[in-house]
Design a binder for this molecule. Structure first.
Ligand SMILES: Nc1nc2c(c(=O)[nH]1)N[C@@H](CN(C=O)c1ccc(C(=O)N[C@@H](CCC(=O)O)C(=O)O)cc1)CN2
Length: 301
């Protein structure tokens, strides 16, 4: 059987995430006490259950404690808010995340806003978002941080690079744009109403598609040699296995990898970095809350 090896321009997100988790593990060993992450899962969404399991597994592998709060699909807004408030009050808890999406009928923005900003390891509260906008220190959203780490792994210093972020969501697009700006990139945010999307994307030294549309970005949208960080995770029918599905990104990978200088695959690109960055944030939150010095090994990206 032929063994598939990643082509040389592939950015190996799995390996880079593994290295970051190892650094987080070393950082934890140097702390006076083990940080604790609390994960809130509401309902039975199968993908959310998988992500939460991974978050808990890797938290423990890094030497941290995790607590899980599960609520039923029909939990009320008040019950979810009460769960978050109890975790805010618990001095043993360093980080809180509410797995998204929440079931229909719940107001996720209001739930997220209940999280004590000092424990906001997803970096999604208004305080965290405001601090990012103002260029102040704080907890940064995980997927966008992962994108920056992957781009730096491929290109080194990002100063002066043209970065095009495709998508303007609160979870990824907007914070990613600000984080690339923080790296001294010249940033463009493009979206569904942008005129001549393909031409804008072709200007990018770093292209970050985050729209959730399977294989939308074709190779002729990509400048020769550009770095492509594909945030999309889309489940589509698998033509090779009728009745089954497969994961693809927002980029048509087979054609794009022939043009890109560096490109993340899906799976195995940005996804694993999301969890590794969450673990890093948990240590950062614990250090900040408890007045410990942040270990150098995880201090910078
Ligand atoms: N509270 C949050 N909710 C959600 C976030 C988030 O950052 N915070 N992001 C996504 C889901 N997510 C983490 O929660 C996540 C998505 C994907 C992966 C990942 O490693 N994906 C693998 C493929 C996994 C598979 O086979 O399905 C990959 O890309 O290689 C990790 C975490 C929405 N909700």
């Amino acid at each position: 059987m032929a063994v598939q090896t990643p082509s040389s321009n592939q950015i190996d997100g799995k390996k880079i995430a593994e290295e970051l988790r190892a650094r987080v593990g070393s950082a934890v060993k140097s702390l006076p006490q083990h940080p604790t992450l609390a994960v809130v899962l509401v309902g039975d969404d199968p993908a959310s259950q998988v992500y939460v399991r991974s978050k808990i597994k890797f938290t423990q592998e890094c030497g941290m404690r995790s607590v899980e709060r599960r609520l039923p699909e029909n939990a009320s807004q008040d019950e979810v808010v009460a769960t978050v408030r109890a975790l805010n009050e618990d001095t043993e808890i360093d980080g809180i995340l509410v797995q998204l999406p929440l079931p229909k009928g719940l107001d996720s923005d209001a739930v997220i806003e209940e999280i004590d900003p000092s424990k906001d390891v997803d970096g999604l509260t208004e305080t965290s978002a405001g601090r990012l906008l103002l260029g102040k220190t704080g907890l940064r959203p995980c997927t966008p941080t992962g994108c920056v780490i992957l781009a730096k792994a491929a290109l080194g210093d990002l100063t002066g690079k043209n970065c095009v972020v495709l998508g303007r969501s609160i979870l990824v697009g907007k914070p990613a744009a600000l984080l690339f700006l923080e790296q001294n990139c010249t940033v463009t945010i493009a979206h569904s109403r942008t005129k001549d999307l393909a031409a804008i994307c072709r200007e990018a030294d770093i292209l970050v598609p985050a729209v959730g549309r399977a294989e939308m970005v074709q190779s002729d949208w990509i400048k020769e040699g550009a770095c492509v960080i594909d945030v999309g995770i889309n489940r589509v029918p698998n033509p090779a296995k009728p009745g089954k599905t497969k994961l693809v990104g927002d980029v048509d990978f087979p054609s794009a990898e022939k043009v890109a200088g560096a490109i993340t695959p899906v799976p195995g690109g940005v996804g694993p970095m999301t969890i590794a960055c969450l673990l890093r944030n948990t240590v950062l939150a614990a250090c900040h809350r408890r007045g410990w010095e942040t270990p150098d090994i995880i201090a910078s990206l």
